[in-house]
Structures are given as structure tokens and as C-alpha cells.
Ligand binder design. Structure first.
Ligand code: SAM
Length: 356
């Protein structure tokens, strides 16, 4: 570490903004992040988030949230989510607008940054849940399953049975649903019949901080976490929110490590359970992972448990047709054997079924 960095109390947060390559599909945020990296007042604002929250996502989520509330400010002219023909973000004007915006709305931004969590809810990931359910059906002998999603956020994934899906050339689900999800199909592996699913005995989401999709501010926060350029994602989110708000699944507030053992004690003994989590375990701090996993394991104490997850990088030894960067859809059955069902894009834009 150089003396310059050692003497800079803002060094780690400055680094996060200086190279914000996580904003793959947002040139606007990549450009504005460089402005933040060079401005101590903006860095101090961004640093007001809770420990463990990723500062770039939180900061731009807060800025976007205030803009989406409809405020009249020159910064809006750079946001494709606010105007049809946005001004280019490179150059002095966008940086000046961001500084002026943060000064004008410092109170609102501080309040959001210090209280909110990065809680995106990607409705496309319901395809992973549906895929897993279709795969495990033959193993359940047709007995209805108790379905639990850990890290359910607003519960959009638990609406998996209300959406339509196109995977490659095959269609599944409800063709008339306002939420139509599409994924490219890669490789030669067999795609399960996504219309043949287990019956569900009960459904429950669990989240540290459930999002109430019927609440205007909660919904706007999730919308604000969608990057301004991602119009398709915003349209899907909006349609899914409407659908789920009309009949929202129950979501229990609490840490999976605490809530799941309590839940396990209340499930009817012997009946099958399926637990699903996507983009959740990857956010659990290292010192808490054993407790998180033990919470999930507790669900299997009194009945057969299928543990479906979309979190990990795929094993490099898997037989794949492409080297696209993806995640493993893993299933661990009641016998304790874990297998990768498919390698998928993190947002389910493509799916590669494994050959088994
Ligand atoms: C990035 S979001 C992903 C949401 C959703 N699973 C999806 O795929 O779109 C992660 C969610 O996990 C929740 N979460 C993180 N740690 C948790 C824990 N220990 N117990 C319960 N929920 C947790 C967060 O509150 C957040 O809503």
C-alpha cells in the first residue's frame, strides 16, 4: 500500500467508484462513478451505507430512487429512465449535475443510503426455480411439497407459476401472462418439461428485510436498483410487480439461520420440502455461512429435503458447449448428493442443461 492510499481514509470506497466495472450494461453509471471517485463530498455521502452493502449499487440506487420520484433537476436529462432522448453522460455537464443533485437532495439520499439494502429481485430467476421443481418432481412420488424461498425479497420468484416462458423454441407456463420470460437454450442436454411441476402444499418466503411490493416506496426502491438503461428489465419488473401485488406470497422477516429451524418444527413430519435461494447466499458474510447452511439443513430433520440454489460458479469440469460466464443451478437431494442441473446466465438470459 502506498503512503498516499494509507493516508486516504476514503481509499476503499474511492477504489470501488474508480473502477465500477460491475455496471456492465450501464455506461451512465460507469461514467458517473468516475465523478464520484474524484469528489470527497460525494464519497462521504456514499460511505453512509450499512456495513457490507456494496457502495456503488447503494449510492446509485438512492440517486435513481429520488429521480424516479419525479423531482425536477438537470440530472434527469442524463437518465434514460426519465427522458426518451438522454444527454450523453461523458463530459463536464453530467458531473456538475450529479454534484448539484447530491447537494440539493443530501437529506433524502442519506436517509436512503443509510437505511436501504441492495435487494434486487430478478423475476427472470423464477425460471431457475421452475427448472429445479420440474427436475425433482419424479423424486417426490407426486406428494405435494412445502416450498420455501430464502432471500425472497419481494417474492417475485415465488410467482413462477404465473408467468410464461420461452426456452429456445419451447414454450411453457401461461402464454397469456403479462410477464413473458425468454431464455436462449445452449448445448444438447435435455430440457425438462417445465409444465410438469410438483403440487405445492405451502409456500413461504423468508427475508432479512422483506419488500412489500404493494408499498409505493418499497416498489420504487426495487425499481431504482434497475439500471437506467435496462428498459426491458424495468418493463418485466413492472408487470411482475402488478401481478404479485394482487396476490402476494407470505414472506417472513428474519435471518434464515434463525427462522428456518423454527419453520422446520412447524412443518408436518415426513412431507417433502424444497428450499430455493438465488443471489442470496453469495451475500451472506463468511462468518455467518455455517449458521445459514445449518438453518437450511434443519428443514431436512423431519422430512425429505431438496435444496435448490443458484449461487455458485460452475465447476470447470462440467461438460459445457460454451465458455460463457455463468452460474450453476445446483440441486441437493434427500440422499445428500449434489448435482448441477444446468449452467445458466445469472439473470437467466440463457440456459445450458447438463446431459444427465
Ligand atoms: C440480492 S437479493 C436477491 C433476491 C432474489 N433471491 C433474487 O434472486 O432476485 C438477496 C436477498 O437476500 C436477503 N438475505 C440476505 N441474507 C439473508 C439471510 N441471512 N436470511 C434471509 N434473507 C437474507 C436480502 O435481504 C435480499 O433481499
Amino acid at each position: 500500500m502506498t503512503d498516499k492510499i494509507a493516508n486516504d481514509p476514503r481509499a476503499s470506497i474511492r477504489n470501488a467508484f474508480a473502477d465500477a466495472r460491475e455496471f456492465t450494461t450501464s455506461p451512465l453509471y460507469r461514467s458517473l462513478a468516475r465523478v464520484v471517485a474524484e469528489d470527497d463530498a460525494l464519497l462521504d455521502l456514499a460511505a453512509r451505507g450499512r456495513a457490507g452493502q456494496y457502495p456503488t449499487f447503494l449510492f446509485f440506487g438512492a440517486v435513481h430512487h429520488v429521480l424516479l420520484s419525479g423531482v425536477d433537476h438537470p440530472l434527469a436529462a442524463f437518465f434514460p429512465s426519465r427522458v426518451a432522448d438522454p444527454a450523453p453522460a461523458e463530459g463536464q455537464a453530467a458531473g456538475a449535475a450529479l454534484r448539484s443533485f447530491c447537494a440539493a437532495y443530501e437529506w433524502e439520499l442519506t436517509s436512503l443510503i443509510s437505511s436501504r439494502l441492495v435487494q434486487t429481485n430478478q423475476v427472470q430467476r423464477s425460471l431457475a426455480l421452475r427448472y429445479g421443481l420440474a427436475t425433482l418432481l419424479p423424486e417426490t412420488d407426486g406428494t405435494p411439497v412445502h416450498l420455501i424461498e430464502v432471500g425472497a425479497s419481494a417474492g417475485l420468484n415465488l410467482g413462477y407459476d404465473r408467468y410464461g416462458y420461452t426456452v429456445g423454441a419451447q414454450r411453457f407456463g401461461n402464454p397469456d401472462s403479462p410477464v413473458q420470460l425468454a431464455a436462449e437454450l445452449l448445448g444438447d442436454g435435455p430440457l425438462p418439461d417445465l409444465d410438469t411441476l410438483p403440487k405445492v402444499a405451502s409456500v413461504l418466503g423468508v427475508d432479512l428485510n422483506p419488500i412489500d411490493i404493494r408499498d409505493v416506496e418499497d416498489r420504487r426502491w426495487l425499481e431504482a436498483l434497475i439500471w437506467p438503461e435496462n428498459h426491458d428489465q424495468r418493463r418485466l419488473f413492472s408487470a411482475a410487480s402488478e401481478l404479485i401485488a394482487a396476490d402476494a406470497p407470505p414472506i417472513r422477516a428474519g435471518d434464515a439461520a434463525v427462522v428456518l429451524p423454527e419453520l422446520a418444527a412447524s412443518l408436518p413430519a415426513g412431507e417433502p420440502r424444497v428450499v430455493y435461494h438465488s443471489g442470496t447466499r453469495m451475500h451472506v458474510p463468511a462468518h455467518h455461512l455455517d449458521a445459514f447452511d445449518a438453518g437450511i439443513e434443519s428443514l431436512g430433520a423431519d422430512g425429505p429435503l431438496w435444496w435448490l440454489s443458484l449461487e455458485d460458479a460452475p465447476d470447470p469440469a462440467l461438460p459445457r458447449s460454451s465458455d460463457r460466464f455463468g452460474a450453476a443451478l445446483n440441486l441437493r437431494g434427500p440422499d445428500g448428493e449434489r448435482r448441477t442441473l444446468a449452467v445458466v446466465d445469472g439473470h437467466l438470459r440463457w440456459v445450458e442443461p447438463m446431459p444427465w
